[in-house]
Design a protein around this ligand. Structure first.
Ligand code: WTA
Length: 646
């Protein structure tokens, strides 16, 4: 592996930042040598109704994994995001909303956001929603999405946000798993000038979701939608006349704040459950230090609230810090590929946080669409969701940031709640492609396949040795699956599912997933989910799905499909299967390649040898390894001979 260029912290940046390198080393040392003392101090950064006296009570041993932080304290997350700012910054903008159409935007102050949240919270209470109930949010990127999350938090309801790109089936599965009593949605979403039929999808999903008795519908496009009597209510009618204040529910630190479904290597998506106190402490603290956020700056994270990045770094972290957070409804290439940078200029964005896939897609269009904008307001860039290749990093740094803006490559997961490995702009010399060093309180451990800890420069599987406050607490309704997935592979450690290299300077380089999860444009996808969608088609006998390198998406979806006897592998059927998967899961799961496979390479005991399928998908036929244990080695030659061009 070639050692890369080092980008040292400038003296100016170090001086202006919350922490420079000396301070980072000092704080990090304290955070790992005395976690109780460290977090007792930093736990106070948020407002507690009843202050905590206990800091941490954690065991990573299976069975009996239990994670508790600040567990005798009480608080309310919405109070931390709203009420506590009213006196000092009630008239300051909380959310800048930029619509899909560049002519549409809005500034919402902290006081506005407080009032909107209270009104919706009251409306939900009036519908009988109470503490502990689950509410599904299936929304476009409009301010009401944030309001809905905060309103749930205010009354102690657990929100479950489902990405607006998911299909009715995927939505239904998530609603059923956590037995939501209500859904908050919109008539239609708007992305890149195209409409997304959110209400129609909801109606379809709810055919199989008897637990839902209330649907609130935001009028976004004014599109014609059906309203079911007794169940569906327009959002604007539900909040009309509701009081502008709402008594917040007093929540224990360990009461759940939200559930967010994410893909794993097996089975259906898991309901990752986050609790209130530790999550608020951790997201607000990482937002401040990683983005080196200073009062009044405009901060923009381009994620969707349907993903964890939107939860932690559009809504909870920034709002807890009284930040100005920008929420974008649209896409990077609409109306033109200058859109991101035009929005930066229009709203004077200082901090910009996006995914490598967006950078790679924009790179393809050259420098001109970037250079015709000013971007003078930018001072810090961020990256999240997948490894950023050094070429994309360099382009981001040189073209977008004009060598002026440090890049924070932040590694974390839905499960971790917040950023775990990342540079701090005033402290960390940067290496393109490396997530660099751990955040305060985070103890990464690289282990070999037997679980033996590796020292110094090494490569292996990434585990985290100690808990941090933002860690997920359980899989909703299935604690055994939580223990099995994360704590049973390597004894006493949290296993991330990622491979990782540590270099001689102690910098971490995430190499990608080591399990059957693939990362498509920064979206996690379980290969098993795509396989079961394919097999659900009447003409498919068997399917095996793997990832392969894709220039823009990072990884693409490569599906090997065996048809039932008598079915012809035609171009029409290929298209039909792609459409089928889109319909079953959502457009993000569309296979990029379908290869007809008369047979799949299997061991004599019938296990599909995915290692071989991955190699063929990667066009790497020289490294197939031992195929002698295959039941029918001829299958492999056939697959190689018929591999479609990618
Ligand atoms: C990958 C997104 C390399 C990783 C916040 C992880 C990354 C998965 C990075 C989690 C990064 C995320 N560098 N890989 N900076 N950030 N990943 O749950 O494989 O959607 O396990 O959370 O994305 O994806 P998730």
């Amino acid at each position: 592996m070639s050692e890369t260029h080092l980008y040292p912290v400038s003296e100016e940046t170090a001086k202006a930042a919350w922490v420079d390198n000396a301070k980072y080393l000092e704080m990090y040392e304290k955070s790992v040598s005395d976690p109780e003392g460290f977090w007792a101090e930093h736990g106070k950064r948020i407002d507690w109704m009843k202050p905590f006296t206990q800091v941490k009570d954690v065991t990573f041993t299976v069975p009996g994994v239990s994670i508790k932080w600040f567990h005798d304290g009480t608080l309310n997350a919405s109070v931390n995001c709203l009420d506590r700012h009213l006196e000092t910054r009630g008239d300051q903008t909380a959310i800048i909303w930029e619509g899909d159409d560049p002519a549409d935007d809005a500034h919402i102050t902290y006081r506005d956001l407080y009032i909107r949240t209270c009104k919706l919270a009251n409306a939900l209470r009036a519908k009988g929603v109470k503490k502990g109930d689950r509410v599904c949010i299936y929304m476009p990127m409009i301010p009401e999405a944030a309001v809905a999350m905060l309103a749930c938090a205010r009354i102690g309801a657990i929100h479950s946000v489902v990405f607006g790109g998911f299909s009715p089936d995927s939505l239904a599965g998530r609603i059923q798993d956590s037995e939501c009593c209500a859904v908050i949605t919109a008539d239609e979403g708007l992305r890149g000038g195209r409409k997304v039929p959110l209400k129609a999808n909801t109606d379809k999903a709810l055919e199989t979701c008897p637990s839902v008795s209330t649907v609130l519908v935001v009028r976004r496009t004014g599109g014609d939608v059906a309203m079911k009597d007794g169940r569906d209510v327009w959002y604007h009618e539900a909040v009309e006349g509701q009081p502008e204040t709402c008594e917040p529910e007093e929540m224990n630190a360990e009461d759940p704040l939200f559930i967010l479904y994410t893909s794993g290597s097996t089975g259906k998506p898991k309901g990752v459950l986050h609790s209130t106190g530790g999550y608020m402490v951790y997201t607000s603290m990482t937002h401040q230090y990683v983005f080196d956020y200073k009062d009044g700056e405009v901060y923009w994270c381009t994620a969707d609230v349907g993903w964890v990045t939107g939860h932690s770094y559009i809504v909870y972290g920034p709002l807890a810090n009284g930040a100005v957070t920008l929420m974008f409804e649209g896409v990077p290439n609409y109306p033109t590929t200058s859109r991101f940078w035009e929005v930066c200029d229009k709203h004077k964005v200082s901090i910009f946080y996006t995914a490598p896939t967006a950078i790679r897609a924009l790179m393809r269009d050259g420098e001109e669409p970037v250079k015709k904008t000013s971007r003078a307001s930018l001072r810090l860039l961020g990256s999240v969701g997948e490894p950023i290749n050094p070429e994309a990093w360099e382009w981001y740094h040189r073209v977008v940031g004009e060598h002026r803006c440090p890049i924070v490559d932040t590694w974390w997961q839905t499960e971790t709640g917040g950023i775990l490995i990342t540079p701090l702009p005033g402290a960390t010399d940067l290496k393109p492609g490396s997530a660099t060093r751990p955040f305060f309180g985070v103890k990464p451990l690289i282990v070999d396949s037997e679980g033996g800890p590796l020292e110094g420069a090494c490569e292996g599987n990434l585990c985290i040795a100690e808990s941090w406050p933002g860690q997920m607490r359980t899989v909703y309704g299935d604690h055994a699956r939580f223990e099995q997935t994360y704590f049973s592979t390597y004894k006493g450690l949290y296993f991330t599912g990622d491979g990782c290299r540590r270099d001689a300077d102690g910098y971490y380089w995430i190499t990608g997933r080591v399990d059957d999860v693939i990362n498509v444009s920064g979206h996690r996808m379980g290969t098993a989910e795509v396989e079961s969608a394919l097999v659900a088609h009447s003409k498919v006998a068997e399917a095996a799905v793997v990832g392969y390198p894709h220039d823009i998406k990072g990884q693409g979806i490569y599906a090997y499909v065996t048809l039932v006897a008598g079915e012809e592998p035609t171009e029409e059927l290929r298209k039909e299967l792609v459409q089928w998967v889109r319909k079953e899961i959502g457009p993000i799961a569309s296979p990029d390649v379908i290869q007809w496979a008369p047979g799949l390479p299997k061991t004599r005991s019938g296990k599909i040898m995915r290692r071989i399928l991955r190699k063929i998908a990667e066009n790497d036929f020289g490294a197939l390894g031992d195929t002698s244990t295959l039941a029918d080695p001829g299958v492999v030659d056939d697959l190689i001979d018929n591999r479609p061009a990618t």
